[in-house]
Design a binder for this molecule. Sequence first.
Ligand code: PBG
Length: 324
Amino acid sequence: MIIRPRRLRVTQAVRDMTAETRLSPSMLVYPVFIREGHGIIEDIPAMPGQKRYSPDTLPRILERAMKCHIGGVLFFGIPEHKDDSGSQAWADDGVIQQAIRTAKREFPDLTVIGDVCLCEYTSHGHCGLIRGGHVENDPTLEVLARVAVSQSEAGADIVAPSAMMDGQTGAIRSWLDASGCNDTLIMSYAVKYASAFYGPFREAAGSAPSFGDRKTYQMDPRNVREAVKEALLDVQEGADIVIVKPGLPYLDVLKTVKGSVNVPVASYSVSGEYSMMKATCANGWLNERNIATEATICLARSGADIIITYYALELSEWMLEGWL
Ligand code: PBG
């Protein structure tokens, strides 16, 4: 007798009913680049299909995000003026603060997440303060906490610290609480590798380091137990959600972290993953809808409760069309 897995003749409806993994627009987060200025909607050459907006043009893309019932948007600010300490990152009228205020005024129900980092705002392009040629962890904590509070006061629902400084989550939580921002959640980039897949993002955000690299504060791709340690520490410090980043090349890390923490886990499918898919599809070598969908499902299957992806809008629209 042959014991069959019963896959041969079932209908698509039965396959859908029994699927082990499901995607929904509410689990997707769309990253948006916001550049200081007016009337800007400009292409990002290394990320075809993605654009930079100024705070006044931002509502156009947010309206599309609202219409497809997306989980949230993640804002990256690109200031006009950079300095040593990244002071525009916590300026009351800084580009990201303007963007958050505009978003919450126009679309109060849209979940807005602010990326908390300094690399887009510092003249040297590093994620922390520089002293004697090195990134200094501890003095940076207060600066990151200021950034988080200013974003929260502008209306951000969630702040997402991505600088990879030790203790940043704890510092931000205590500053938020001391400032009356008790309801603001922290989505911490707890597990962020020193990855070459961030290349297109650094072009998009103008945040490439002017010297050295980020290997002293981002994680070594050879390590996975260290990821568990980082994630547990962040949960202990008050993280409400932890991010593992990048996405596809780190599925094992995602799965391991998911099994180790008791908070939702987000996977960030980063710029290089997006650009690789775009480039190969532009050549006609792969089918864009199919690979973007499969790549995203693989992240969910490996444990992601939330997926941050530059395909978030398209994926949500495909789901609403009933294609996915
Ligand atoms: C740092 C930050 C980076 C990304 C998100 N936050 C870049 C870096 O660490 O150099 C990369 C995201 C992507 O590649 O899509 N603020």
